[in-house]
Design a protein around this ligand. Structure first.
Ligand code: 5CA
Length: 436
């Protein structure tokens, strides 16, 4: 992609009203634009990141056996009357009337709708267990939308819903999602701490929030520092993470005898990027979902719901990975794998070398943002640092004379000269975006 044909409104100035670094950087790097309080348009560069985050979330849901579907954003109020949540939800729900005067709403979540759909599709125990999910926009009329996409009013969520015949099945679905979440966040280059959340009347430990540790997080977390040493690639990691102590400050304050010795109790701020619940028959009973069991009797399935803040993750990743110069995208979600800076677009040899490199890297499955604009080198480097592509290749007349280009790694700043052939070999053949 040539930058001269792209839409990348970058800015040097810290935008007014953006309090945290991820919000500032998302605006400055031309990823998003606010269109109303808590509502954002995703510009071309931002959309690439959002799509890559969503596809990692999708991949891990699919691997866990969940089935993707797509439910509408607009829902009839009657559905929510069946569960009793229409009035209970309060002013956070955006209520809409259609031209016939029917009461509608913009969905803040989908328990009611998925339960009604499942109820209408399924009759027998043979159709269970199932986990259904979708990645869809939600609307919550937050009192105080802030921090950009972190606490928006319109936001993209992955929400999954499990249906099981009994408690053992319900627990297995919950565990499968728990493990899928750890894999998802690890693949996004993040270390997430599963925090036990109060689970209401059901009790037990069947609700967890997943937090990314960052100083600007809205929550405060107390946890066993042994968590920091767990290797996520270890097969036993999910079980250890589930059992080690981690609580939000408010819950931690209620714990009479904290099992963690004071010198091992870590206290950090966190951003909630995922939340999973097991709530039994709460919605299935209210909405009349019943299936026939093997013995002929009728059973009300047990359900859980599992959310990930897909758009919030874009901000959370930046909070966890940036420096004074800008964003440092993990390779798995970077909007382009490489930046290509032409220091002298007016020099035919440089222009030809860059065009050739762009084509060949793309043919090898790499995505490239090629800065072919007439602008000073310093400005181009600053833009590349700001938008945080993992690798930047610089081509100039001096290097070309000896057949070399410069390769810089954004995360460490380390740079070295290499031939174009070694560059192509280094970024060859792999579609996933990891350099050798
Ligand atoms: N029905 C359940 C799970 S499917 C549910 O809605 N859970 S939730 O309220 O915890 O939301 C799930 C995730 O969405 C949160 O963990 C958070 O990452 C994200 N989220 C919630 N509210 C917002 C918001 N206002 N802006 C951005 N992301 C949000």
């Amino acid at each position: 992609m040539r930058l001269s044909r792209y839409l990348l409104p970058v800015s040097r100035e810290t935008p007014a009203g953006a309090e945290i670094v991820s919000h500032q950087l998302m605006l400055r790097a031309g990823l998003i634009r606010q269109t109303a309080a808590g509502i954002y348009a995703w510009l071309p560069l931002g959309l690439r990141v959002l799509d890559r985050i969503a596809s990692i979330v999708r991949r891990e849901q699919d691997r866990a056996g969940a089935l993707e579907m797509l439910m509408p954003t607009i829902q009839p109020a009657d559905l929510w009357r069946q569960s009793g949540r229409y009035d209970a939800y309060g002013p956070e729900m955006l209520r809409i009337g259609d031209r016939h005067g029917r009461e509608m709403l913009y969905g803040p979540t989908n328990e009611e709708m998925v339960t009604a759909i499942f109820r209408d599709c399924v009759r027998s125990y043979r159709d269970l267990p199932r986990i259904l999910y979708h990645i869809q926009w939600k609307f919550r009329d937050e009192v105080r939308p802030r921090f950009g996409v972190m606490r928006g009013r319109e936001f993209l969520m992955k929400d999954a819903y499990s249906f099981d015949m009994d408690m053992d099945g319900g627990r297995a679905s919950y565990d499968a999602m728990f493990t899928a979440y750890l894999k998802t966040f690890a693949a996004l280059g993040l270390r997430a701490v599963p925090v036990r959340a109060p689970s209401g009347p059901i009790g037990g430990d069947l609700s967890h929030e997943f937090h990314i540790l960052a100083d600007t997080g809205e929550s405060e977390i107390f946890y066993d520092a042994a968590l920091d040493d767990i290797d996520l690639r270890d097969a036993a990691a999910p079980e250890r993470l589930r059992t080690l102590y981690a609580m939000e400050a408010e819950e931690h304050a209620k714990v009479a005898n904290c099992p963690v010795p004071p010198d091992r109790l870590a206290r950090r701020r966190g951003i909630e990027v995922g939340h999973i619940f097991f709530f039994g028959t709460k919605y299935s009973a209210a909405m009349g979902l019943e299936v026939q069991a093997a013995d002929g009797g009728m059973v009300t399935p047990l359900m859980g719901s599992y959310g990930i803040g897909v758009s919030r993750l874009a901000g959370a990743i930046i909070e966890a990975s940036h420096d004074e110069a800008g964003i440092i995208w993990p390779e798995s979600v970077a909007p382009f794998d490489l930046g290509l800076v032409n220091l002298r677009p007016d020099d035919p040899a440089c222009a030809e070398a860059c065009a050739g490199l762009e084509d060949r890297l793309e043919a090898q499955g790499r995505t490239v943002l090629h800065d072919d604009r007439e602008a000073r080198g310093g400005e181009k480097f600053a833009t590349m640092d700001l938008i945080g592509l993992p690798w930047v290749v610089t081509v100039g007349p001096r290097g070309l004379a000896t057949g070399t280009v410069e390769l810089k790694r954004r995360s460490t700043g380390e740079r070295h000269e290499l031939s174009m052939e070694s560059l192509l070999a280094r970024f060859g053949g792999v579609a996933s975006g990891t350099a050798a």
